[in-house]
Write a protein that binds this ligand. Structure first.
Ligand SMILES: NC(=O)c1ccc[n+]([C@@H]2O[C@H](COP(=O)([O-])OP(=O)(O)OC[C@H]3O[C@@H](n4cnc5c(N)ncnc54)[C@H](O)[C@@H]3O)[C@@H](O)[C@H]2O)c1
Length: 338
């Protein structure tokens, strides 16, 4: 490997652990668009690590994260494996003073996410989760609109989300529809509508959920979640209502329209033809990584990062409340952490 140039010295030194499907398709392709050097690339499967390092300019390849952290001492670590490993590796990196970005879900339970939040506080270093809806332009715009005086107070929301089959094997977090797939809409609802006061859920099987929500701000919500759809035709729709006549509709995460008394006042309607549109940006994958790198470069404070681990723990608490309510047939208040 040739010596580091003065220009490269100015770049943020990132390490990545986990070179599976998502990292390869959505994380590594973002790096050339940011001021970063990939000082270490790690996967238990050395062939995957080597391939991603070769394609994306990774400087060293590892099969053990401890060795990579020890040798490269990166400015920040990106973790993309699965919830148990996200929490364990985040705590390991934070104990070494290294800020961390983990894919979703950040942990298998709210208590484990909160333990990471405490480790982050103790280290004084950021841990953030890849909750991409918090960075997608349509969602960011919607959050501002529902807080604008013209919209009035948020009064109601309806969410429909459907995908192809999940195995829902007990004890396998990656196979659980409500955790692996629905944690995105669960987090999206908290981001847009604020904290949840109480949840009532019906789920005859772990594949279909009908959920009623009362928000702390006074709004009511209805969530319909199913993995009896198709991966070829996933459904992603959300409607939000404010004062009478004020309505926002978001389709497929990125197409948003705000109507007041039947007249469209605002929206997010990117075009993807010819040179238009950028799906990595519109889906939030690029801006969430930019937020992490911006923080590492001293351009964004931790409290300006919308998906820091303290917030992610609330999403897992909402997820657990849905599960508990479906199991008990009773309304449940999500656990709160301080
Ligand atoms: N944000 C999104 O929209 C989105 C979409 C898909 C997946 N995900 C999340 O991304 C994560 C990864 O999903 P995936 O589909 O890429 O999984 P995957 O199974 O394809 O990849 C995981 C990789 O981690 C490696 N690995 C496992 N344990 C390791 C360890 N201790 N050290 C180093 N490497 C290790 C495996 O060898 C594998 O290559 C999951 O948490 C998933 O929920 C997010």
């Amino acid at each position: 490997m040739s010596a580091v140039t003065p220009e490269e010295e100015k770049l943020t030194r990132l390490a990545v652990v986990g070179c599976g499907r998502l990292a390869t398709a959505r994380i590594f392709p973002c790096f050339p668009r940011m001021p970063v050097r990939l000082v270490g690339v790690c996967d238990l499967d050395g062939a995957k690590a080597r391939q991603n390092a070769r394609r994306h300019g990774g400087e060293k390849v590892y099969t053990a994260v401890s060795k990579m952290l020890d040798e490269t001492k990166p400015d920040g670590l990106v973790v993309c494996i699965g919830p148990e490993q996200h929490a364990a590796i985040a705590k390991q990196a934070l104990s070494l003073g290294i800020p961390v970005y983990t894919e979703k879900p950040p942990a298998p339970t709210a208590a484990e996410a909160w333990a990471v939040a405490l480790a982050s506080r103790k280290a004084g270093k950021l841990c953030m989760s890849a909750f991409k809806y918090r960075y997608a332009p349509a969602q960011v715009k919607t959050r501002a609109l529902v807080r604008a005086p013209e919209f009035g107070k948020l009064t109601a929301l309806n969410l429909v989300r459907a995908c192809g089959p999940y195995k829902n094997t007990p004890g396998d977090a990656r196979s659980e529809f409500l955790l692996d797939f629905c944690i995105h809409p669960i987090d999206q609802v908290l981001f847009l509508a604020g904290e949840v006061d109480e949840v009532f859920a019906a789920a005859p099987t772990p594949a279909n959920y009908a959920i009623s929500v009362r928000f702390a701000g006074g709004a009511v919500g209805s969530l319909s979640l199913s993995c009896h759809g198709s991966w070829k035709q996933p459904l992603d729709r959300l409607e939000l209502f404010g004062a009478p006549g004020r309505q926002i509709t978001i389709e497929d995460q990125i197409f948003m329209r705000y109507h007041a008394d039947g007249i469209q006042k605002d929206g997010n309607e990117p075009r993807f033809c010819t040179a238009g549109g950028d799906s990595l940006a519109e889906t939030g994958f690029l801006p969430e990584l930019e937020a992490f790198v911006g923080h590492l470069r001293g351009e964004r404070n931790a409290d300006e990062i919308p998906s820091r681990i303290e917030e992610s723990a609330k999403s897992l608490a909402f997820y657990e409340a849905i599960k508990k309510s479906a199991a008990s047939g009773k309304p449940v208040k999500p656990e709160r952490f301080e």
